[in-house]
Design a binder for this molecule. Structure first.
Ligand SMILES: Cc1cc2nc3c(=O)[nH]c(=O)nc-3n(C[C@H](O)[C@H](O)[C@H](O)COP(=O)(O)OP(=O)(O)OC[C@H]3O[C@@H](n4cnc5c(N)ncnc54)[C@H](O)[C@@H]3O)c2cc1C
Length: 396
């Protein structure tokens, strides 16, 4: 089973998909959110989240990037980036659920290549169909950027692994059913002693702790504590000791695929800023007539354009099957830093309105700040870029 992208002409019509997506977002999802009175920082029930997954699955958006054989439309990475930008820019609160980013098929990514037929049946297919949620658990309290220093242990015991450890700040764990968990299976082999294992979150010995609410205020992340959790040995993904490499393969393209979400949020902030600048009057007219405001908007739009083009070019390179490890880190670094600056300018243009809790630009500012840390900090991206340039043979 492969998620490799084809460079032959697409068998789908992107313009029709984008217009159907806009229709769903603006005529169905956002009105539903308004009817329910949803706020960014509410705790959403599993039922509500699953109903969005199922509806998006029916409409063909959920997991749309997957190959046709898996129920998707085999979207190229570049076209997926366009859709991700569209959903993030829409203003919908539940936008990360539409294409399956949070807890859905996007979490599986290239891991699907390593899944056995049994794992496809028990985990991959239910996730693709929106019946099961999944999260990716690598980080631990003492192990962040130095990901190979994890201590969660998986010890083989007959036909099972016994897993004990503490995973920290795991996105989508609050509504997921299973975690792709990175565990040490050979403590003497460094990164080559790390394996990836499906750990069901309802298994005896698993507990979630919710003491890491991020600055965005959203209830999406939790810690996963595992004590003597027995999972069948058939839950091992790939071979023993391949987990770290599998995770790093996934992370490289994922770094690119996080970018359109940041760009969409920054685009939303720019649109709010343009509208506000036209509408807000000071000193006898709209603030849009001040050159200071015009220059901020010009800088925001210029940065956005650079981010968008850089990401599309890298996604197209990944679609051609080329190595994008260095470019993926360049994108993650540049886009997260620039989009945060765009959000900062949006807050500035909005004055006191921009620092008011729950205003969209205030929320976007907090949300975009986190992206300079999530999926590898800016410093780690710089390390990867420098290594790719100075010693390319060593780039892992
Ligand atoms: C909202 C959110 C969601 C997350 N979701 C997930 C998830 O789903 N799954 C998961 O596994 N993890 C997740 N994480 C964890 C995330 O991947 C880590 O926070 C990130 O990798 C950084 O690790 P750290 O926070 O421990 O920082 P540290 O590694 O402790 O870094 C602290 C500081 O030191 C710097 N630093 C560290 N090493 C170096 C170095 N070699 N060179 C230069 N500077 C360095 C860092 O850049 C940073 O500035 C999430 C985090 C957040 C905030």
């Amino acid at each position: 089973m492969s998620t490799c992208k084809s460079i032959s002409p697409p068998s789908y019509d992107l313009a029709s998909i984008r217009s159907a997506l806009q229709k769903y977002l603006h005529e169905e999802l956002i009105p539903l959110e308004q009817r329910l009175g949803l706020g960014y920082e509410d705790r959403f029930s599993k039922e509500l989240i699953r109903s969005v997954w199922r509806r998006c699955r029916e409409l063909g958006f959920y997991g749309i990037h997957l190959p046709v054989a898996l129920g998707g439309q085999g979207l190229s990475y570049a076209d997926l980036c366009r859709l991700k930008d569209d959903v993030a820019a829409s203003g919908a609160i539940l936008f990360p659920h539409v294409l399956g980013d949070w807890g859905g098929p996007s979490r599986i990514g290239s891991l699907v290549k390593h899944a056995t037929p049994d794992q496809v049946e028990r985990f991959v297919t239910p996730v693709i169909q929106g019946e099961m949620g999944i999260c990716f658990a690598m980080t631990e309290p003492h192990s962040g950027s130095d990901a190979a220093s994890i201590r969660t242990r998986a010890v083989r015991d007959g036909d099972a692994f016994v897993v004990t450890g503490h995973k920290h700040f795991i996105s989508a764990s609050t509504f997921a059913d299973v975690a792709i968990t990175l565990c040490v299976t050979d403590p003497h082999a460094g990164a080559k002693g790390i394996s990836a294992i499906f750990v069901p979150l309802d298994a005896p010995g698993v507990r979630l702790e919710y003491d890491c609410v991020p600055m965005s205020g959203q209830y999406v992340d939790a810690d996963i504590l595992m004590e003597d959790v027995r999972v069948p040995a058939t839950n091992l993904i790939g071979a023993e000791g391949e987990g770290f490499r599998i995770a790093m393969d996934r992370i490289s393209v994922n770094r690119v695929l996080h970018c359109p979400t940041m760009i969409g949020l920054a685009r939303q902030a720019l649109h709010h800023s343009i509208a506000y600048a036209h509408h807000r009057e000071q000193f006898g007219g709209p603030i849009s007539r001040f050159q200071a405001i015009q220059h901020m908007i010009a800088d925001m739009a210029t940065a956005l354009y650079a981010c968008e083009q850089m990401v599309l070019a890298t996604a197209a390179k990944a679609d051609r099957g080329e190595d994008v490890r260095t470019e993926a880190s360049m994108c993650k670094l540049f886009v997260s830093e620039r989009c945060f600056e765009i959000a900062d300018k949006a807050v500035q243009i909005h004055g006191n309105v921009g620092v008011t809790r729950q205003h969209p630009v205030e929320f976007i500012f907090r949300r975009l700040r986190m992206y300079r840390i999530v999926t590898g900090t800016s410093e780690i991206q710089r390390n990867t870029v420098a290594k790719g340039i100075l010693s390319p043979a060593e780039t892992v």
